[in-house]
Design a protein around this ligand. Structure first.
Ligand SMILES: [Zn+2]
Length: 321
């Protein structure tokens, strides 16, 4: 099915670059293999709408955002153990290849969203990566690199980050803090990582145990305020980078909220609706957290299957663009 621009949604997957050597990580890397299968099996996308072979991000593109020495240390493998522990992902040559393709996926998706109105990376959302260090499973910050590549190419002038992962987009906020062409909106829980928060343009902190109604009305309130500022010319952006982490769902191993699968879906629809209300500003979505709790067997809570479903719902919402 085509959107209003006559285009089908096209997304970018890292499935071809996922490696068995990463199984020792606590991070659920298998979701990057399972999500494309889920999208096709459930008729959300056809396999030809999922691009698996593409160019990785270049060092030059990373240098628009990150310290050249940090980039070199990571790519060349001279990064030290302490820095790697902070990232939480084992270093291997395959992990470097995957990391560069994950950032590349967001770069390609952001560019395609300018043409098609929407696109997505089925990875990325590495919002804890800072200028010269990585943390919290984030090596390089695709949420910042992807739009900055477009800005360098004079394809956009300004952009907004809407970050609805349960963890604050601290790297995104810190890197862009003094950049007048960027607005960062992060809605996150107070009591989870990172314990020391950064300052976004707009931070909304959530209390533990929050449920759908309260969460969605808070999001609605802030999206309405942002829309009001857009309508009055006080806020301008040519691209929405949407970090659609699903670790807001009840039972998430690294979360503390009680949002249902349905509530998470509604959240995605509200962000897509916001892009339409702002005059059809292109939207580029990245994934984000979603950490299955192996001890939970309640079907209403976050096992891997529900996390995949929630990510699938984000892609479904983008199809209405
Ligand atoms: Zn998260």
């Amino acid at each position: 099915m085509c959107n209003q621009l006559g285009r089908k949604l096209t997304v970018f997957s890292t499935a071809a670059f996922e490696s068995l050597s990463r199984i020792d990580s606590k991070f659920p890397f298998n979701k990057y293999l399972l999500l494309p299968e889920h999208l096709v099996a459930n008729g959300i996308l056809k396999s030809e709408q999922i691009i698996t072979q593409y160019e990785p991000v270049t060092r030059e593109q990373l240098e628009l955002v990150h310290c050249p020495h940090y980039i070199s240390r990571y790519i060349d493998g001279t990064i030290d153990e302490k820095e790697l522990r902070r990232i939480g992902v084992k270093w291997t040559p395959e992990a470097v290849r995957r990391a560069l393709h994950a950032i590349g996926a967001s770069c390609h998706a952001a560019k395609l969203s300018l043409q098609d109105g929407a696109s997505a990376s089925l990875a990325g959302g590495q919002h804890h990566a800072h200028y010269d260090f990585g943390s919290g499973y984030s090596i390089f910050n695709d949420v910042v690199v992807a739009p900055e590549v477009l800005k360098k190419q004079n394809l956009i002038k300004s952009w907004i980050s809407i970050d609805l992962d349960i963890h604050q987009g601290d790297g995104t906020a810190t890197i862009t803090r003094n950049w007048p062409h960027v607005f960062t909106f992060s809605m996150h829980a107070q009591k989870v990582f990172p314990l020391r928060k950064s300052t976004s343009s707009l931070d909304v902190t959530l209390h533990s145990g929050m449920q759908d109604q309260e969460y969605l009305s808070l999001l609605d309130h802030h999206l309405n305020n942002l829309h009001y500022r857009v309508k009055n010319g006080q806020l301008l952006f040519d691209l929405i980078m949407y970090q659609s982490g699903v670790d807001i769902m009840a039972g998430d191993d690294l979360g503390c909220l009680e949002i249902s699968l349905e509530g998470c879906k509604k959240r995605d629809e509200m962000v897509v609706e916001f892009s339409k209300r702002c005059g059809g500003v292109p939207i580029c979505s990245t994934l984000g957290g979603g950490y299955p709790n192996p001890k939970i067997h309640d079907v209403k809570k976050s096992g891997l299957e529900r996390i995949i479903q929630a990510h699938g719902n984000t892609i479904q919402a983008l199809k209405s663009i």
